[in-house]
Design a protein around this ligand. Sequence first.
Ligand code: AMP
Ligand code: MG
Length: 486
Amino acid sequence: MRADDLPLSNSFAALPADFYTRLMPTPLAAPYLVAASASAAALVGLTPAQLAEPELVDLFAGNRVAVRSQPLSAVYSGHQFGVWAGQLGDGRAILLGELNGPHGPLELQLKGAGMTPYSRMGDGRAVLRSSIREFLCSEAMAALRIPTTRALCIMGADQAIMRETVESAAVVTRMAPSFVRFGSFEHWYHRDKPEQLQQLADYVIATFYPELTAEANPYTALLAEVTRRTARMIAHWQAVGFMHGVMNTDNMSILGLTLDYGPFGFMEAFDPGHICNHTDQQGRYTYANQPQVGHWNCYALGQALMPLIGDVDAAQQALALYQTEFAATLDYLLHAKLGLQTVQDGDQALLAALFELMTASHVDFTNFFRALGNFQSTAASDTVLRDMFIERTQFDDWAARYRARLQAEHSNDARRKEAMDAVNPKYVLRNYLAQVAIDKAVASDYSEVARLLAILERPFDEQPEHAAYAALPPDWAHDLEVSCSS
Ligand code: AMP
Ligand code: MG
């Protein structure tokens, strides 16, 4: 595959020059392929074999620029941990352009390909460790059917990068229809530049939300639609126990995609107050806080769009969609997780009681819901489930309520298990699984990254040969810490 044959275009580059800086990626010495996602590659008409060819290794390491590429880094601003942070921007991301695929155009973006005018104190690089985490989690989330940016491949190099210790460099290529963030809009609002604000909004609407152009005020409609998508995305996060870790407005996608995988985590021992990001000392982004932070972020977007919306009541109405959309989506997802096919009085109380019990016993989130698929609606309590709880008699009480609830809708155990197994994953990207793959990759063995990817691409399948990957974290994993911007 010749890099110059890639039919790249770049719609973002058609925006005026103050939206970005055109620049070249910085080469890495002797890059090599670490991992590739076949399903992501298929979205842009590529194969893993092509990604292993020298020209594409160079391309996705930032060592070569394709003729049709117009590489650029975008400017944006944002609220970080609730505080206005001013200008940020793609400090280590470079957009190469977009490729067409069976589901439409996808932008390809290098992350870690060198300094940009927005690098601030950073070195423009990403380490192998964080690149593997982003790569695996992007693809795992897609397989969980959660809206997300994708990851095409990781290119590595033996170049030393200074973090808390010396690590090696990598570049992960991400894909999404757009990487525009809430912070891209906040940037122009806070600079008092209504013309650019409108140019950006018009670009986003025309390119990604064309159906909104017919609305009375397309900007209000944009806020409403982004609010709904964000609410739905976060409901999906809650339902699978995903914690983003850095829900700053510069990490919120205007398309409602999970964006910027850093110190994320999947809930293991259930604790609504769990903080997955070591940097988040106040616990702003705990599991329990994610829904309201998502709403707060939509307010920040609404504020930025006010010069275009013009009417405070209209903006408030759009933002009010958040609660209803979030509640409806989460309710739907939780009913499915419990295998309930109808909505009945008392369902909310049944769910609340369950989460209270799970909290008290620190039950493993993923394994509990997976095991619940085996619950018998006629027999006595299931011992596997019961043994997950410290207060077993309290679980027995809950199980009796659940059993009665199932009987009330004449639930069929076999069919319910099949439906529950299709929504309650057996395999998620536990931190320790990522760490094992990272440790091997650091020793130049990339086989575990590939194996983990293959398992996480089928999260709902039993895969008995891989049952060990559903195991609780080992003792050493309790000391694992992940923090911002590595
Ligand atoms: P994050 O917390 O990863 O979303 O990053 C926040 C901001 O810091 C973004 O503008 C990033 O582009 C920038 N950034 C993070 N790490 C680096 C780095 N190593 N070099 C340059 N910029 C960075
Ligand atoms: Mg970011």
